[in-house]
Structure formats: C-alpha cells, structure tokens
Design a protein around this ligand. Structure first.
Ligand code: PLP
Length: 370
C-alpha cells in the first residue's frame, strides 16, 4: 500500500457536518464570522498566546505581518526552509541576508547572526524548522541589543512550548500555518500570534483590503481572510489535537528505536525544555559512512511505493527564481544538510509496522553506492 510523506488527519465526518449545519441558517460564510471568532479564541488558549489573528493561509499571514511592521532594508533569515519564508521577505521589497544553520537542529545558528548585522538590518526571520525550536533566548538578546524586530516562521511548530511558554509568545510576532499537511490544519489557513494589540488592528485591516470602515480605506491591504468552512474544520481538528500529537509521538519513538544506531544516519534529538509536536522526521545521510546516499534511499523507498521528500532541498537561496542573487557557499552547513536530508513519512495514520518496513528498506540500502 502506498505511503506518502504526509497524510492529513480528518475529523469524524459527522462532527464536521453537524458543525457546518448552522451556516445554512446564518449564511455568514466568511468575513470574520462566528466560527472564525471562536477558533481564534480557542487557539489563544491552546497556543498559550494573548492574541491570534487568523488568515487564509500561513504565507499571507507572514507577508502581511511584515508589511504591517513597515520594515525597510535587510532581513536576516535562514535558507533552510520552505520557499514561503524567503518569498514573503522579497515580496515586501526587503532583502534577505542568509544565516547558516546549526548542524544539530537545523535552526538558525545564533553564533552567526551578529556578523551579518549592518546599518540596513531591520529584522530577523528565523524558522522553527521541523518543529525544532530556535534558540529563542539568544535571538531575543541579539534583537534587543541591536533594536531589531523578530518575526518567527512557526509554520511547523504548532503546540510546541519552551519552558512551559507557548512558542508563539517569542519575538514580536509568530506565523503558524494550518495547511492540510501540517500537524493542525484548517484545510488552508494560518495565523499570526502577537502581544501587540496595535499590530493586531493593522492585521485585521490588511487581511481585508485595508478597509477601516464602510467609507474609509486607509491601508493598501490584500484579501487574506479565513472563511467559515475552514474555521469549522479547525474547531473540529482542535478537539482531536492531543490524540493527533500522541500518535505522532509513537511513530517518532519507533523511528528513533530503529534508526538511532545506524552508522551514517543522523536523526534529530529531543530538545531540552521543549514540549515537541512531532511534526516531521528528517534523517541526514552521510554517504561515506552509510555507503549509500540520500538519493539512493529516496529511490529505493519510491520503488516500494513509499514517498519521502527532500525537505529542504534546494535551499531557498539556490532556487531558480533567485538565480545570481545569493551565494549558498556562504551557508555551508545549510548547503551540506540540504544535499543529505530526507524527510520520512510522518502522520498519525502510520503504524509501527509501517515504520518498521520503512526502516528495513532504509537499512537494506547500506553499502549500495559502494
Ligand atoms: C507550510 C509553510 C509555510 C506556508 O504556509 P501555508 O499555510 O502553506 O501558506 C511557510 N513556512 C514554512 C516553513 C512552511 O512549512
């Protein structure tokens, strides 16, 4: 049976149908309806954040929060991420300056940030990649010292906590993605969390064309509102989120048992003081030590109807659309990781039998390229 890298979790059909039934009476389908408001409120509780602004997707949330901050100049960020992070910066007329990553957890290497700061630097956009938390304390120290804004791409980090604090409370704002492929989803959707109520007001307008009231439009906004059907999907999925994360934990532990002693394959370790969400299971393959490279494992799994992804290859700084603009040789750890990383199937649907089979096939590749 085919196994994909990701399989969305669905709430029980009847629960969703019951929850959308009232929409046939109210006929309030979008524009901050009752379910939209209820979801925002419940997410404040679950994410342990003071405010949640909902969006049509995570990308627009990130693009508009950068716009709302009126930034100009250079933004220090990571190339080891999904295209969205870099695109959101560039589409705001800002210049990304790429920082290398930590070889253990693949987040921004905080020891490399300060050397990239110039008098044009306005902000830092780090990514909690795979749900691994950035060194939020060091980033806060650096940002304070240099007067920089910090906007986290927390697309992978739904529900994670650091020392009991919701991940969305760090920095000036955080963006979450609720895309169908994420740990928690609203089909398509996203959010900004922030403690800044003025920023919340700006976001409210910017996601609705910059409309202030019926006769005043005082912002050049976009249309990025979450509709009611998506908000209901979120409410239903939120009822099952703890179950979802618990199942992912079992899958993660099985992968760890099977792969932690394989020479030449590195897996990510649990982070200290972090409550994880088990969003992804990446492996980094050392071809010399394992005797087979990442691409061989990818192909062998595919022959067996198991579909992995080379997340995050290529680096965003190496994408065709940015040809000639950046030099990925300046982020050597990120470059090496991108060439060796493979994200294994991860979802609440996987059984320990599935995981064992995936790991057996991986093990069978050992020495295949010698
Ligand atoms: C998914 C994702 C996004 C974009 O979120 P969408 O909801 O798909 O728009 C941004 N950054 C990262 C790291 C992501 O994985």
């Amino acid at each position: 049976m085919r196994i994909n890298v990701i399989k969305s979790s669905m709430p029980p059909f009847e629960e969703y149908v019951e929850a959308i039934r009232p929409l046939w009476d109210s006929v309030w389908l979008t524009n901050m309806g009752a379910n939209h408001e209820k979801l925002a409120e419940r997410l404040c509780g679950y994410l342990k954040v003071p405010n949640v602004s909902l969006f049509v997707n995570g990308h627009m949330a990130l693009e508009l929060v950068l716009q709302a901050m009126d930034l100009e100049g250079e933004v220090i960020t990571t190339p080891f991420t999904f295209a969205s992070t870099t695109h959101a910066i560039v589409r705001n007329g800002l210049t990304p300056v790429f920082c290398d990553i930590d070889p253990e957890d693949y987040t921004m290497d905080v020891n490399r940030i300060e050397e990239l700061i110039t008098d044009r630097t306005c902000a830092i956009v780090p990514v909690h990649v795979y749900g691994n938390l950035c060194d939020v304390e060091a980033i806060e120290r650096i940002a304070r010292k240099h007067g920089l804004k910090v906007i986290y791409d927390a697309a992978h980090a739904f529900g994670t906590e650091y020392k009991g604090r919701g991940v969305g409370t760090f920095g000036d704002a955080s963006m979450f993605s609720f895309h169908a492929t994420k740990v928690f989803h609203t089909i398509e959707g996203g959010a900004i969390t922030t403690d800044d109520v003025e920023l919340m007001d700006k976001l409210w307008k910017l996601k609705d064309f910059g409309i202030k009231d019926e006769e005043v439009v005082d912002g050049i906004g976009a249309n990025a509102k979450m509709n009611e059907f998506c908000a209901v999907m979120g409410l239903c999925n939120l009822d099952h989120i703890d179950e979802e994360i618990a199942k992912r934990r079992v899958v993660t532990e099985r992968y760890r048992q099977n792969l932690s002693d394989v020479k030449g394959i590195s897996i990510q370790k649990p982070q200290k003081d972090v409550k994880p969400n088990y969003a992804y299971f990446p492996i980094v393959v050392d071809k010399d030590e394992f005797g087979a490279g990442r691409d061989t494992i990818y192909a062998r799994l595919k022959e067996n109807d198991i579909y992995t992804r080379k997340y995050f290859y290529p680096l965003t700084s190496d994408m065709d659309c940015y040809e000639g603009r950046f030099d990925s040789a300046l982020t050597p750890v990120a470059k090496r990781t991108a060439e060796r990383v493979l994200t294994l199937p991860m979802s609440a649907h996987l059984t320990t039998g599935d995981v064992d089979r995936i790991c057996e096939i991986i093990n069978s590749c050992e020495g295949a390229d010698n």
